[in-house]
Design a protein around this ligand. Structure first.
Ligand code: ADP
Ligand code: MG
Length: 413
């Protein structure tokens, strides 16, 4: 493994990392989980019953049997969008796309609720591209997301879907030098995608001007508010024109979100295609291990099996996640880590190595892995158990995406 992954944070800490410290790391800082064995792992069994981690009869994924009411060609998209969709291999809309796109195209405010991996990104990106292309004005869109990686991923998809259409985007996220982002903004992008803290800074510095921003998207709204971003999100919304279209996507609506939505949406349509909360299509099981050594032994036994092709391992804390990746690499299982103590370029590099298959093991904290779409993850392993059922479902949702089978294992004491 590359040594640079072992270096500590190089000062790329920003608002988001501080918040995540406070809201996640901080709360849980009670002792090393990884390798800590049963003695220290006092968190787990208490909060979630072990049978929630077991599903021996996965059902076929819902999307696989869904018959959409529309074909992509029914939406009246610009021909370039249609051909970009074909290039990307999208044949039919997923259910959330099928049911939300017509409302978004009609200009309505929309709340879209759907399980993770169900295609929410295209649900808002495609109509935004259509709207921007059609109007050919100065109007712009702002997409607010909880993590930097998610911002980059959405930009990537935006570029694929709008290829050849002369629409431009800028990513404004913490942990990266702000000056190139200011430069990007001065070029007048059609779409700005960013995390709340950095967006707020850029607004305060008068670099990001929102008077022409007539479309707002909050993606992973539930996660965003979980992470303590409500004040920043509220601030950003207050700077937008009142006359705008607002879209909100996520997996659930909490009372906090519902209060925010009441203030920010006008006569919204709610499209809820959420199915089970349990990741029914993902095969799930627990693995019992009493000591740290036993855990490592069982983990490496699994990783040595052929079918563990692309494995995402979740750990509780930043330093323990790094330690586990280093240890696995030393033991002959090349692994990279993403967590909040890494600079953004380091995180992106680790993620790219995993995405492109240069390494087949990624060890991550919950915060770092939020919302990521990594194709073909064969297994999710919860080396440290999650704190809530919601978090569990979110973690295992990184596998079994887009109609593919997936497997998840959770270590318990
Ligand atoms: P969500 O935001 O709901 O978690 P994503 O938008 O990240 O889900 O999509 C999950 C995966 O499904 C991505 O790899 C995406 O490219 C793929 N996908 C989305 N829509 C379609 C579609 N209509 N046809 C085929 N694949 C799709
Ligand atoms: Mg998403």
């Amino acid at each position: 493994m590359n040594n640079s992954f072992k270096t500590r944070d190089r000062g790329g800490r920003d608002r988001f990392q501080k918040r995540s410290d406070r809201n996640y790391g901080g709360r849980k800082r009670f002792g090393g989980h990884i390798g800590g064995g049963a003695k220290r792992g006092r968190f787990h069994a208490k909060t979630i019953s072990h049978d929630k981690f077991i599903n021996k009869n996965p059902t076929a994924q819902i999307e696989a049997v869904y018959t959409p009411a529309h074909a992509f060609s029914d939406f009246g998209f610009h021909p370039t969008i249609v051909s970009n969709l074909a290039k990307k291999g999208y044949k039919n809309p997923t259910r959330i796309q099928d049911e939300s796109i017509p409302h978004i195209l009609a200009g309505r405010d929309v709340v879209g609720l759907a399980n993770t991996g169900s295609g929410k990104t295209a649900s808002f990106v495609l109509p935004i591209i259509e709207k921007l292309k059609k109007k050919q004005t100065l109007e712009t869109a702002l997409i607010v997301v909880p993590t930097r990686e998610l911002a980059q991923q959405i930009q990537f998809e935006f570029r694929q879907f709008s290829d050849g259409m002369r629409l431009y985007s800028a990513v404004c996220v913490g942990g990266l030098n702000i000056y190139p982002q200011k430069k990007d903004l001065r070029r007048g992008p059609n779409v700005v995608i960013g995390t709340p803290g950095r967006l707020k800074d850029l607004i305060n510095q008068r670099e990001l001007r929102l008077e022409n921003t007539t479309t707002l998207v909050l993606d992973e709204a539930d996660r965003m508010l979980d992470m303590g971003f409500l004040p920043d999100v509220t601030f950003i919304i207050s700077k937008l024109p009142v006359k705008r279209q607002s879209l909100c996507f996520g997996a659930t609506i909490t009372p906090e979100i519902s209060r925010l939505l009441q203030k920010m949406l006008i006569d919204p349509v709610t499209v809820s295609v959420r199915t089970s909360e349990t990741g029914e299509h993902i095969a799930q099981d627990i693995i019992r291990a009493r000591t740290g050594e036993e855990k490592m032994q069982k983990l490496t036994d699994m990783l040595a099996q052929d079918d563990f092709e692309k494995v995402l391992i979740f750990g509780q804390m930043k330093h323990s996640v790094q330690k586990l990746a280093d240890l696995l690499s030393k033991m002959g299982f090349p692994a990279v880590a993403i967590h909040g103590n890494k600079s953004q370029p380091q995180r992106q590099r680790a993620l790219d190595m995993f995405k492109t298959g240069k390494v087949n093991i990624l060890v991550a904290t919950d915060v770092a892995a939020r919302g990521l779409d990594i194709p073909n993850v064969s297994h999710v392993i919860n080396f440290d158990p999650p704190n809530t059922h919601e978090e569990y479902v979110h973690r295992i949702g990184r596998t079994g995406r887009a109609g593919k089978p997936g497997q998840a294992y959770t270590f318990v004491g």
